[in-house]
Design a protein around this ligand. Sequence first.
Ligand SMILES: NC(=O)C1=CN([C@@H]2O[C@H](COP(=O)(O)OP(=O)(O)OC[C@H]3O[C@@H](n4cnc5c(N)ncnc54)[C@H](O)[C@@H]3O)[C@@H](O)[C@H]2O)C=CC1
Ligand SMILES: O=C(O)C(=O)COP(=O)(O)O
Length: 528
Amino acid sequence: MTYRVLISDPLSEEGIKPLRETENIEIVKNPGWDETELLENIDQFDALLVRSQTQVTRPLLEKAARLKIVGRAGVGVDNIDLDAATENGIIVVNAPNGNTNSAAEHTVAMIMSLSRNIPQAFHALKQKQWDRKRFVGVELKQKTLGVVGLGRIGAEVAKRAKGQRMNVIAYDPFLTDEKAEQMGIKRGTLEEVLQAGDFITVHTPLLKETRHLINAEAFELMKDGVQIVNCARGGIIDEDALYDAIVSGKVAGAALDVFEQEPFTEHKLLTLPEVVATPHLGASTVEAQEIVAVDVSHDVIRFLEGKAVRHPVNLPSIPSEAMHQIEPYFYLAEKLGTFIIDLANEVISEIRISYSGDLSEIESGPVTRNAVKGILKRYLGSRVNDVNALYLADRKGITVSESKRSARKGFTNLITIEVIGASGSRKVSGTLLNGLGPRLVRVDDYQVDATPEGHMVVIQHIDQPGVIGRMGSAFAEHNINIATMQVDRSDVGGNAIMLLTIDRHLEDKALAEIALLDEIKSVTAIDL
Ligand SMILES: NC(=O)C1=CN([C@@H]2O[C@H](COP(=O)(O)OP(=O)(O)OC[C@H]3O[C@@H](n4cnc5c(N)ncnc54)[C@H](O)[C@@H]3O)[C@@H](O)[C@H]2O)C=CC1
Ligand SMILES: O=C(O)C(=O)COP(=O)(O)O
């Protein structure tokens, strides 16, 4: 199968080498499509790689019938409708580390441009004006830099500011006193940071909570003559409020790399001499572009090869060590899920998944998603995957719960999936046997031992002499070879179960005839 990858923004050619070197990947790079053409063509692609320009909207994602993954070669994913991606089972990955250094360096360049009026002075000189008085600057030494958002980039900016002998005060909901002390900076509330900064730089993502975080009231709190830097996202600062604050003289200068609407050629802030700006260049270095493109290419390859991605945005990120531990259970969980929904054979309202033994200590979320995927596949086909399994279960009104028990129950690891429908509860348990792979070990309360794959049949019957023989003959009559057979019973002469693996699918006609035999209570064919 050939995977088709669309690259719709300028990505480093060097950086996408891993994709070019992977067999079965066909790349369409920068075809120059406008929004309508992109919408018309998106259904031909399995993967879409973007930077910040392409707007990955709900209509686009809903049209993208083949799309499995969106790779953002950079950090901010505010140009991607994450809810729509999740609902449509499309994983979004980004490259969060590759451009940190470049964005931090750009921020420092912006702070220094502001403090020494470099862009304005250069512009005047180009206009043949040798004007030294107008461009007297201020030193950074002993000034205070207020950092709002001390994540990867904010922290790098803080370190560099310390190199300029600035005092740094930062606000981030995750910043602890210990971390601040370690970095030699001060921790403050948002208000304290706004009040203390001679320069204020924002480094948060653009979220509902951070939209217009720096607004008219925030400017009111600031020192007169404060200078503002935004190399994070347009929209964190209210541009109208910034314009007013500059015109009123409250803000002495602003350096902006990002804007509420991009791209543009006319902007009212750019009419002000106090504003210096770049067209979203924070990550635009040869080095950063190569790293982010390599990172995102590797994640796309990993995903298309069925491996866990390193930087998921719409799935919880699992450290690779933990992933290594749980990945072997994905297959087992999915098969158990499909097995139990076929056995239950009715609309269910609840899924209970329990983990025992070693599994009680694992990060079980991804395993649960695979179990739910196995169940929902029977309702929803290939539309369901790890990304949307829980969302789709919720939308179908099915509750999913997890429990953990450290008791071993005879197995070092055991997953039990119970589904509950109108006629009651059905459950199945499976384990991963060291060196032997996945095993189905319990169906309802009966002990079995089978590999959960291929064609299986579950027969509920009465424990009486001759049933096993008659069953063998019945399958032989339909020319179906029985590969394995497991039998267990509740008590002598009571209810019993037979679990067969057979060499081909059991057709409805044969199943109906077998089900008519005496002592047989039910026959269920399960194809895993
Ligand atoms: N101009 C450019 O070309 C580039 C811009 N960026 C942007 O820079 C920003 C920061 O990127 P990273 O440092 O990599 O992200 P990050 O995720 O490492 O850091 C963001 C920090 O913001 C904090 N935060 C969230 N809400 C907050 C709030 N209400 N108040 C204060 N702090 C809050 C988070 O706790 C986190 O520590 C993002 O918006 C990203 O899109 C990133 C790279 C290049
Ligand atoms: O990584 C980010 O968040 C950026 O803003 C960089 O954007 P870009 O890839 O240069 O369009």
